[in-house]
Design a protein around this ligand. Structure first.
Ligand code: NAD
Length: 432
């Protein structure tokens, strides 16, 4: 099977012999590789390599038992050369500042890859949302929104949902921001409910963009999506909707998983039934008609298309040489390490990197923001058609860049994206 772009193994600068799994250092290594290709000036490298602004806040929250708990939250703006910072907010016990810095950095390259006029930002709160009631989550969210209020806004920094946050979280942030301003501000967050300025098609945009990217990769590889077997790690917003959309295209979803484990059926799993089962029981594990599979085995099972749609660092040097998929499409951010990238490229696996594969979400977030600013809303058909155009164009620009530089798709995407942000930075010039 031909690779999407003929990969010439590249040396990886500044990586420890034992694999470094710190996501921020990984993000910097990925940047350094592109900076080498682009022969960027050392001063410009320093500007683009580090976040522009980092805010750490404490978020005192009254819990249901009357006690006060103080959570730690972050908002990082990595770069705003091409437009306001844009990126999600994550609630997870394992959130760290370095993770948020990495996610903000990836957002800068993602918005540039799909060429939308945003920079990159990200937020996170260290908390365990599964152990919190809805009123506790609302109070924590509103206080967090209030703490980051000075640096967010429709023309400044626009948050969106990420792991364990959703449209309700965005509604609380929009309301808190609007109450503080004294007027309704629709464009301060995206991924909102439709009733308060959310966009048609946003809920499924990440998965739909991933599907379009995979369709293009299949064309390049002369592989049929119809009948292709698909394994998906993570069954949340990105993963569960990807499962449904791939099944609608007659691909066969053979394995899915969530934080409690995975399930497998070689004849195919009905994603709608799986979603209903997970809604009732809180996990896909135990779904009738399936056998159990671990999250680790799901990644290395025989399948045509592998979609990591959960968290970072799941494809590493430990398992990269056992990956059997022909295409890996990163719906999650940062699932593959730089060393694993090289192993997959040598094996001829087509890697659709996160900054392309999951860029459908931020693309429709951009559409949502545009609609909010104009108070003029589009149909779902219009949104999906515009999303498809952006994703297909971005795929081919990345593929062409990778081909030109004789490298794999991740570095192709980075060369394209970093080049765009570098151009914007140079033409603006350095203040003062
Ligand atoms: P989500 O909270 O809706 O779902 C996360 C899923 O991952 C859940 O099913 C959870 O059970 C599962 N999970 C958690 N830990 C796991 C583990 N250790 N092993 C296997 N599964 C695990 O989150 P989401 O919005 O779907 O985000 C998933 C990934 O997609 C993240 O990397 C996120 O940054 C990325 N992403 C999301 C969007 C979006 O629009 N939601 C956009 C771009 C990228």
């Amino acid at each position: 099977m031909a690779t999407v772009a003929k990969a010439a193994p590249q040396p990886i600068p500044r990586i420890a012999p034992r694999e470094d799994l710190n996501p921020y250092r990984i993000a910097q290594i990925q940047f350094d590789i592109a900076a080498e290709y682009l022969k960027l000036d050392p001063g410009l490298r320093q500007i683009l390599r580090t976040p522009k602004r980092i805010l750490e806040v404490s978020v005192p929250t009254k819990m249901d038992n009357g006690q006060i708990k103080v959570f730690t939250g972050f908002r990082v703006q990595h770069n705003i050369a091409r437009g306001p910072a844009k990126g999600g907010i994550r609630y997870h016990p394992a959130v760290t500042l370095d993770e948020v810095k990495a996610l903000a950095t990836w957002m800068t390259w993602k918005t540039a890859t799909v060429n939308i006029p945003f920079g990159g930002g990200k937020g996170g709160v260290i908390c365990d949302p599964k152990r919190m009631s809805k009123p506790e989550l609302e109070r924590m969210t509103r206080r967090f929104a209030s703490e980051i209020f000075p640096i967010i806004g429709p023309d400044q920094d626009i948050p969106a949902p990420d792991v364990y946050t959703d449209s309700q979280t965005m509604a609380w942030i929009m309301d808190t921001y609007s109450m503080t301003k004294g007027r309704t501000s629709l464009g301060v967050v995206t991924g909102k409910p439709i009733s308060i300025g959310g966009s048609e098609g946003r809920h499924e945009a990440t998965a739909r963009g991933c599907l379009v990217a995979v369709e293009e990769a299949c064309k390049v590889k002369k592989m049929s999506l119809r009948g292709a077997t698909v394994a998906i790690q993570g069954f949340g917003n990105a993963g569960s909707i990807a499962a449904r959309l791939f099944a609608e295209k007659k691909a066969r979803v053979v394995a899915i998983s969530d934080s409690r484990g995975g399930v497998f059926n070689s004849r195919g799993i009905d994603p709608m039934k799986a979603a209903r089962y997970k809604e009732r029981s809180g996990t896909v594990v135990g779904m009738p008609g399936t056998s159990r599979i671990s999250n680790d085995d799901l990644l290395t099972m025989k399948c045509d298309i592998l979609i990591p749609a959960a968290l970072e660092n799941v494809i590493t040097l430990n398992n990269a040489d056992q990956i059997k998929a022909k295409i890996v499409a990163e719906a999650a951010n940062g699932p593959t390490t730089p060393h694993a990238d090289e192993v997959l490229a040598r094996k001829g696996v087509t890697m659709i990197p996160d900054i392309l594969a999951n860029a459908g979400g931020v693309t429709v977030s951009y559409f949502e923001w545009v609609q909010d600013l104009q108070s003029f809303f589009w149909s779902e058909g219009e949104v999906n058609a515009k999303l498809e155009l952006v994703m297909r164009r971005a795929f081919h620009e990345v593929h062409e860049t990778a081909r030109k530089h004789r490298t794999h798709m991740r570095t192709g995407a980075y060369v394209l994206a970093v080049g765009r942000v570098a151009d914007a930075t140079l033409v603006r010039g350095l203040f003062p």
